[in-house]
Design a protein around this ligand. Sequence first.
Ligand SMILES: [Zn+2]
Length: 114
Amino acid sequence: MQCKEATSLIIPFIERELPEDKLSFFLEHIRNCKECREELEIYYTIHMYIEGIDRDWFSTYNFKGEFEKELKEANAYVRWTNIMSFFKDLITAFAIIGILIILTLQLQLWGLVG
Ligand SMILES: [Zn+2]
């Protein structure tokens, strides 16, 4: 992912509207690109500041900590979906193997194989 694309995804990310398929690429770019990470942090802080005006958070709110937490959660979410899709593939593979075994046994039963 290029910086230009990554920066265009900052607002959707902050507003939690980033599509799942782009999220992992975005986070990977943010991990490796200092400029985009800084930009995200600035946007995030501004966003939280604007939200906070309504909610009177300022006495206790820790923007930096909250930003780190948000990033960590997003990364955990991507890892989790990766694990889930791995298991989905695994289950699919087992299902196919199972069908093949049943098919082979059935063919043997009919005397077509072995
Ligand atoms: Zn970048």
